[in-house]
Every structure is written in C-alpha cells, then in structure tokens.
Ligand binder design. Structure first.
Ligand code: CIR
Length: 268
C-alpha cells in the first residue's frame, strides 16, 4: 500500500505561525496564544522532527489565514503524494489553494480533491488516521459525507480502503483524540476507545485527565507527546515506546495538537 510503515517518514512540510495566529479558531473563549512563545514552540517541534530523521521544509507564514500553521488540515500525504483537501471551517477554505503553489516543489504528485467534491463537500486532514491497513475517517463538524466519499474514491487508486466513523460531538477532529503508535496499536481517549471504532487494533487508553495527550505522533523510532501528561508518558514508556515530550501549550490554546502542525511523508 505505502511501501513503508504508516509511521515511517523522511520529509515534513510545516508553515511558520503567522502573527494572526492569535486570532485562531477555538471552541472556548480562552486566551490568545502568545506569538513569540508559539514561534519558539514551533521551532522546537520542527527540531524534534529533524531529530527523528526527517528533512523539514517550512513555508513562510501566511497572515491571511490565522490557522495556517496547522498544515495537516488542508492536505493528506500518501507516500510522496499530496492530496489537497477542502477544510471545513469557513476561515480556512482558502488554505488548500495556498498549499497548491508548493505542491510541485515538495511532493512527487499533487492530486486536487476540490474539483471532485460534490457541492458543500468538506474534509479536514485532522479527521484522517492512516494506519497502514486502512484510512479511518471521522465524520465531524469539519468533515462530511460528501468529503468522505470524494476522498474514499481517490484512496482506492492507492489501494487504501477508507472507513467512515463518527467523531463524538464534543471532539473537534477525530485525531484530536487518537494517534497511531505502530501498525497494530492506537493510543486514544477513553471516549474513543469505548466507541468501538478501533476493533481489530490493540488499543492503549490515555489515563483519565490526559485527553490532550491522545493526539500524539509516531515518527520513525520516536513518539512525540504533548508535555504535561506524565502518566501517559509513563504508560508509553512501560510499553517500550521511545517518547519525546514537546511543549505545545500555545497551539493548544487554539485547539491545535502535535499532528496538525506538519505534513509528514515518505519520498522514494
Ligand atoms: C482550527 O480550529 O481549525 C484550529 N484552531 C485548530 C486546528 C487543529 N487541527 C487539528 O487538530 N488537525
């Protein structure tokens, strides 16, 4: 299907946070991120990807889109290909178009899903978990059935079966609450674990109170985990995963996590 494991990468694409990131979308009415702290946390995040063996290319900040630092949402990578999606939040509609300009430079192939979508079709990368066996896609406030259908058809060309799931209403993105640990294992919140969507996988459940830790990313030999969740870190250590902690408190203020700040991919 991919030729490598779903957590093996040699490249990543990121985008510097814009000053407008302080206006990023958020569910609550919490404080704005502090721009300078966001920048330094983003730099540490990129360094962790490099330390895990990836070549990281960082796009210039795009002030027109406060949430554009979250590059995972307007696109999906399969091997060295990128599929431009159609983000579900109105203020983010234009983000896929901004990525299109970079497609030829950083990826082997660019596929644009947008012309293939039925009217009103929307899908965010944050709702897509590639496991190496299949694509688990959470229908959510950002991803609808038309978005799912269009992507599922494209994934067939990569011999990937897409499975639709329901994202619980209080969760922004499906992957806000889960991450892949290895080909067989998923780390997730208790709420998702109970929903039965990971039938056939080994599931490790985040301790109660550690829900934000569920959005971890496995990158080659490393598991990147949000700082501030020592019980999750211990649990993963117990299961023999090599964990690196990253402070992403500024991204978290606008509902961002670890997965959404990069597109990780594998070029031959
Ligand atoms: C948004 O609401 O779109 C951003 N403030 C956060 C996006 C986080 N993306 C993700 O979890 N995949």
């Amino acid at each position: 299907m991919l030729g490598v494991q779903a957590y093996q990468f040699n490249h990543a694409l990121t985008r510097s946070p814009a000053k407008s990131v302080i206006d990023g979308l958020r569910a609550g009415d919490g404080p704005n991120p502090v721009f300078s702290h966001f920048q330094s946390q983003h730099q540490a995040y990129q360094k962790a990807l490099e330390d895990a063996g990836l070549m990281v290319n960082c796009l210039a900040a795009d002030e027109d889109f406060p949430d554009s630092v979250f590059v995972e949402d307007p696109a999906l990578c399969i091997g060295g290909s990128v599929i431009l999606l159609s983000p579900g939040a109105p203020s983010r509609y234009g983000e896929a178009g901004r990525l299109a300009a970079h497609g030829q430079r950083y990826f082997d192939t660019l596929i644009d899903l947008r012309p293939r979508l039925a009217a009103g079709g929307r899908i965010d990368g944050g709702d897509i978990l590639l496991t190496g066996r299949e694509a688990l896609i959470g229908l959510s406030v950002r991803t609808n059935q038309a978005g799912f259908d269009a992507l599922a058809a494209v994934l067939q060309d990569f011999s990937i079966i897409a499975r639709p799931l329901e994202t619980p209403a209080d969760i922004l993105h499906f992957k806000s609450d889960c991450g892949l640990l290895d080909a067989e294992t998923i780390f997730c919140t208790e709420q998702l674990a109970k929903s039965d969507c990971f039938k056939g996988y080994r599931v490790i459940t985040a301790p109660a109170g550690d829900e934000p830790a569920a959005n971890l990313i496995r990158v080659n030999d490393w598991v990147l985990l949000a700082h501030g969740h020592p019980r999750s870190a211990e649990l993963l250590d117990y299961h023999d995963y090599q964990v690196k902690l990253l402070d992403i408190s500024e991204a978290a203020k606008i509902d961002g996590g670890l997965s959404c700040m990069s597109l990780r991919y594998h070029r031959q």
